[in-house]
Design a binder for this molecule. Structure first.
Ligand code: MG
Length: 292
């Protein structure tokens, strides 16, 4: 099932998207429930939605404004740095990696987070934040959506805790990332986490490692990779994070970006106002965001 959060008047609604239409399922949910509550109660709600959704009125998908599937996550988006080999190399050569281990593959996953207020919709404008950065970059990524929470989740159990998948663009202010020698600030500016367009349930995806990700800027392909190229795979990421942190329903884990980001070029190719950045993943749709 492909779920969406969309705007209707002044309220946001939960819908099910299917073949160019969206069906508003908000009336079937507890009053005020959003996507987080849907994920939390999925064991009961999932089968019910599956049964009755097709009978609901259908709106053309392109007639509604899609928001991020989880517009306000309950906490920061967990993120993974340097998780594709070729990206480790380009980041190392760029001069922006202040870790002191520029050329080495990480021995363990590098984890950081993006503030909840960085999340924005799949077609929303990205703010350039000229007052604080002049080096804006993109990072197309597969994002996991946790269903059943837990601590001490093993590799073997990991996929049982994945509710579904979406796409994020881990937009990055490279000068802040470099100068502050940590990643939170450079990764967390408002609107710097476009997300969506769908929250796709895991049962829709036969083999997530076979999915292909592609990022374009103004139509020019910059990134292309397959999820199986991750250095630390999905079970490893969940096992590492949950070893001492309780994962919660609706938690988001952005799995890392492949080679081809702006600082991978010499000279770097930063984003400027008017640029259109698009990130697509097989079966998950496409983010399409313009720099304001
Ligand atoms: Mg990233």
């Amino acid at each position: 099932m492909k779920l969406v959060t969309f705007r209707s008047g002044t309220t946001s609604r939960v819908g099910v998207a299917d073949a160019g239409v969206v069906r508003d399922v908000s009336e079937l949910l507890p009053a005020g429930a959003g996507m987080l509550q849907v994920i939390e109660a999925w064991d009961e709600l999932g089968p019910a939605l599956r049964e009755v959704t097709a009978a609901l009125p259908a709106l053309p998908l392109d007639s509604v404004e899609l928001l991020a599937p989880i517009p306000v996550p309950r906490r920061n988006v967990f993120c993974v740095g340097k998780n594709y080999r070729d990206h480790v190399a380009e980041f190392g050569h760029s001069g922006y990696d202040t870790s002191g281990r520029q050329q080495e593959l990480p021995a363990k996953p590098i984890l950081f987070s993006k503030a909840t207020t960085s999340v924005t919709g799949p077609t929303a404008a990205i703010e350039p934040h000229h007052a604080v950065t002049s080096e804006l970059d993109y990072e197309g990524e597969l994002c996991l959506i946790i269903g059943r929470g837990g601590r001490g989740i093993t590799r073997e159990q990991a996929y049982q805790h994945v509710w579904g998948y979406t796409i994020v663009n881990d937009v990055t202010a490279r000068d802040l990332q470099r100068d502050h020698k940590q990643w939170l600030l450079g990764k967390s500016l408002d609107t710097h986490c476009p997300m969506g367009p769908y929250a796709v349930t895991a049962d829709e995806i036969t083999d997530v490692t076979a999915l292909e990700i592609e990022t374009t800027v103004n139509g020019e392909r910059r990134q292309r990779a397959t999820i199986k190229d991750l250095i630390f795979d999905i079970p490893q990421l969940i096992a590492t994070l949950s070893a001492g942190i309780t994962l919660l329903p609706g938690d988001l884990i952005a799995t890392g970006t492949p080679a081809g980001v702006g600082i991978g070029f010499d000279p770097p190719r930063f984003l400027t106002s008017g640029d259109l950045v698009e990130v697509s993943i097989t079966g998950l749709g496409r983010l399409s965001n313009r720099i304001a």
